[in-house]
Design a protein around this ligand. Structure first.
Ligand code: AVJ
Length: 331
């Protein structure tokens, strides 16, 4: 079993964390799901990761979007009728919506006012993104949706002259097993109508040292991000992890075409979860698998989009072919 990236919404957050820990640490090998990274400290560490020299993903995707924003927007509004539709832009897991502003500016340029619907579980992130976007790009109206896009959120229906473009960028899809990823895209597709589209940002397979460095940076920020999960469990579940007794491991798994992050116990130890009446035993060298980041080969993103019911319409990449942005359309 590998970590599952979804966040159940029926339970409160502590119950979700408790359930994830009991399931993950009782399995062999031990796992914890990557959504546990993103408490306040973890979200800040992730923002730092995106600025690291080794973490090419954010920078490369931003360059692709900057270079091709007008064309992306033109493709998404491309119409066989004389009426040019208005574009509404939604975003799954919007977070700080930093790169999104590039596309929003291009859409404003093309059509004037734009409606932007960021979806995120974090109300704080949505509030920050909304005030920043409304200040910087006054022609964008932000309509935030607080919700878990892995778990049955609903878009508002669009008007007949509107098209919805759903952004799912930043290689977020890479956290999901292929079957889960297909399911997620199909669920989004089920809410869309002909003419709507999905813009998917995926990281591509490249030389192993580049991949490993991106997940094991020299400054140790990714190591801190990985170990922060243990500090979070200490706080949320009254656990007694000693984060120093675990080492950060980043490994390329060529069989499954994914980067993996693990935490390796450097000694035999027992960790107690006072809030749970639960204990976990670690042998020296035993690992917790905390994340998968899938990397795609040419054709795989298109295949994934097709299987979910999208027509692969166009894609854009950088000069080195490190990252790709794919547009899937609903016919
Ligand atoms: C936010 C899931 C795209 O997988 O590259 C960064 C998270 N993990 N460094 C990724 C992450 C380690 C990131 N995603």
């Amino acid at each position: 079993m590998t970590p599952v990236a979804s966040t159940p919404t029926e339970l409160n957050i502590d119950q979700q964390v408790a359930a994830a820990v009991c399931t993950g640490l009782a399995s062999t090998p031990k796992t914890l799901p990557p959504w546990l990274f993103y408490d306040e400290a973890g979200s800040r560490l992730f923002e730092q990761i995106t600025e690291l020299p080794e973490y090419y993903l954010t920078r490369t995707e931003r360059d692709i979007l900057s270079r091709h924003a007008d064309q992306i927007i033109a493709h998404a509004t491309d119409s066989r009728t004389y009426l040019t539709p208005r574009l509404r832009i939604a975003e799954l897991g919007a977070g700080s919506a930093d790169k999104t502003r590039i596309l929003l500016r291009a859409a404003v340029e093309a059509q004037g006012e734009v409606l932007y619907e960021p979806v995120d579980v974090s109300t704080t992130a949505l509030v920050v993104a909304q005030s920043r976007i409304e200040r910087e790009i006054p022609d964008v109206r932000v309509r935030p949706i607080v919700g878990d896009y892995t778990n049955g959120f609903k878009f508002e229906p669009t008007a007949p002259d509107e098209r919805r473009l759903v952004l799912y960028i930043g290689s977020s899809i890479g956290n999901f097993e292929p079957a889960e990823a297909a399911h997620l895209l199909a669920k989004v597709r089920a809410q869309l109508r002909p003419g709507d589209g999905m813009l998917l940002g995926v990281d591509l397979v490249k030389d192993e040292p580049l991949l490993v460095a991106a997940y094991d940076d020299a400054a140790g920020i990714t190591a801190a991000f990985n170990k922060n999960m243990l500090a979070r469990l200490n706080r949320d579940l009254c656990a007694n992890f000693d984060p120093h007794s675990f080492a950060h491991r980043a490994v390329w798994n060529p069989v499954n075409s994914r980067m993996e992050m693990h935490l390796e116990s450097n000694r035999a130890q027992r960790v107690r979860f006072a809030a749970l009446e639960f204990e976990a035993e670690f042998a020296a060298g035993e690992t917790i698998h905390t994340e998968c980041s899938y990397k795609y080969r040419p054709g795989q993103a298109e295949a994934m989009l097709s299987r979910a019911g999208f027509e692969p319409a166009a894609n854009w990449t950088d000069e080195k072919g490190w990252f790709a942005v794919h547009l899937g359309q609903v016919h």
